[in-house]
Design a protein around this ligand. Structure first.
Ligand code: NI
Length: 254
């Protein structure tokens, strides 16, 4: 059984064949999918997907790049959405300093507030952090509740920082980047991490693994990611699928 812990199936890239593709996933061994919100409209569409498909669960939250659209009113709406039965996490939330906008102060404010929401609702968090390693860790240390758990999605930092997140009890979302020839840093992190801290993710439609790099991604590509993890960690492929699926169920409490 294969668990995709991070997808964006509401994305326009799936408009032409969403229903056909999603209906085909269980037959390919994909047992669970968590569709993740990045904007308020994504969250609405995520709720609809969780209602339409048994095996799709959801996370609601606003990505750092979208935080300018947040207001006290929409924050309250998010909190109501987060209480829906099939919403299993708050995310994706965090900091992204790759882009100039929104300014760091705005990103930090809404990151903290969404972490507080997760704490209040006792939900795990899905963290997006890009070129903001130190600030992300500082805020997490202040606002994150270890008992509720969380995942660092699309992990992109060094081994040293991975050890910090490991201490905090986080899972690591490993996706297509691990198959890239320029993914050496991530391969090192995967080699170091215990298998029971790793979950599989696609972040589809983005970041398709080799040999489909550059094409539209979907959960059907997860075997390539699992094969690479098995190769790096020198464990059987089946063990990677089984363990990461158990980890994901623990993370999202399914
Ligand atoms: Ni994502």
């Amino acid at each position: 059984m294969i668990f995709d812990t991070h997808t964006h199936y509401n994305d326009d890239a799936f408009d032409e064949d969403r229903e056909e593709l999603l209906s085909s996933l269980p037959a390919h061994g994909i047992c669970h999918v968590v569709n993740v919100g990045a904007s308020l409209s994504d969250c609405q569409q995520t709720l609809a997907l969780t209602k339409a498909y048994d095996f799709i669960y959801g996370a609601v939250g606003v990505h750092p790049s979208g935080t300018t659209e947040l207001t006290e009113k929409s924050y309250e709406w998010l909190k109501i959405a987060a209480k829906e039965q099939k919403i299993v996490a708050i995310g994706e939330i965090g900091l992204d300093y790759y882009w100039e906008e929104p300014e760091h102060g705005i990103q930090k404010k809404w990151f903290c507030k969404q972490l507080e929401m997760a704490k209040e609702l006792k939900l795990p968090v899905i963290i997006h952090s890009r070129e903001a390693a130190k600030d992300t860790l500082d805020i997490i240390k202040d606002y994150y509740q270890k008992e509720n758990g969380g995942v660092i999605h699309c992990y992109s930092y060094s081994l040293e920082i991975a050890k910090e997140y490991e201490k905090l009890g986080f899972f690591f979302g490993i996706g297509g980047v691990v198959t890239f020839t320029n993914g050496k840093k991530l391969k090192e992190v995967v080699e170091y991490l215990p298998l029971d801290r790793i979950v599989l993710e696609t972040d589809c439609p983005y970041l398709a693994p080799v040999p489909n790099r550059g094409k539209r991604n979907s959960s059907l590509n997860l075997p390539y990611i699992a094969e690479e993890i098995a190769r790096i960690k020198q464990v059987p492929y089946e063990m990677v699928l089984e363990t990461t699926c158990q980890n994901a169920k623990k993370l999202y409490r399914l």
